[in-house]
Design a protein around this ligand. Structure first.
Ligand code: FPP
Length: 245
């Protein structure tokens, strides 16, 4: 596939469930942590390629609310990996004019992670080339419960009336309030599940499942997913004829 072909119909918002780090390591007889470290290589490659392809929004599922039930050692190393990666990639984010954004229950993260995230988010806030969103301690159901709670308080305090609650008001109260809907969702490792990721935001997303384990995922695999996306007809409930008209 020639790059210029791919560039014709690029999803505005690409979201990825990066799965299979543990299995990748186990297959090699190594500790799961080894898989996460190699997962960072794939993150770097995909972020760089996304910038080249002019994808405006890239959202990565890096740590779910459910991931807190993993062994403490694995959680600790994942958090360390995150801080180290934020530090080592900081200059590259600035050079490529990437804005870092975070979604999830950030208050649950260790202080060192929160501080690092706050710093990088602040330093990159005026960048306009691409918004890179990390979903951390993120759960779609928790996000929706949060929206309901905020709206219930606003109704109780007479800030809004129940009749005013519509889809756009819900959008404004999501963690993703500044992001458009997801156009393409990729999940690696062969699993065909959503796993509580962006439940509201993927209503009309195209889904792409790759068998490749995340540490092996390269720009070649990303191109394959984009080619598949570009062959699909997104009807948003309309007929093909209506789309042509
Ligand atoms: C899923 O693989 C992956 C994760 C839970 C963590 C993802 C983290 C990284 C790729 C590295 C750090 C991220 C950034 C953004 C710097 P799994 O452990 O569930 O794999 P398995 O299903 O094979 O066990």
């Amino acid at each position: 596939m020639i790059m210029s072909d791919i560039k014709n119909d690029i999803p505005k918002h690409l979201a990825i469930i990066m799965d299979g780090n543990g299995r990748w390591a186990e297959k090699k007889g190594k500790n799961r942590i080894h898989g996460h470290s190699h997962g960072v290589r794939a993150v770097q490659e995909v972020v760089e390629e996304a910038v080249q392809l002019k994808i405006e929004y890239l959202t990565l599922y890096a740590f779910s609310t459910e991931n807190w039930s993993r062994p403490e050692e694995e959680i600790g190393i994942l958090m360390k990996l995150l801080v180290n990666t934020l530090r080592s990639e900081f200059e590259k984010l600035l050079e490529n004019r990437i804005k870092l954004n975070v979604i999830g229950n950030i208050g649950q993260l260790p202080e060192i992670v929160r501080n690092e995230l706050e710093y990088v988010v602040d330093q990159t806030q005026n960048n306009t080339e691409m918004t890179l969103t990390l979903a951390l301690s993120y759960g779609g159901r928790e996000e929706l419960a949060n929206v309901l709670k905020q709206l219930a308080y606003k109704v109780k305090d007479n800030i809004i009336s129940p009749e005013k609650i519509d889809q756009s008001i819900i959008n404004e109260h999501l963690y993703t309030q500044n992001l458009p809907d997801v156009d393409l969702l990729i999940r690696t490792s062969g699993e065909k599940r959503i796993s509580n990721f962006l439940l509201w935001q993927i209503a009309y997303a195209e889904l792409y499942f790759s068998k490749v384990l995340w540490p092996d995922f390269t720009k070649k695999h990303l191109h394959k997913a984009l080619t598949s996306y570009q062959k699909r007809e997104r009807r948003f409930g309309k007929t093909s004829k209506q789309l042509l008209g």
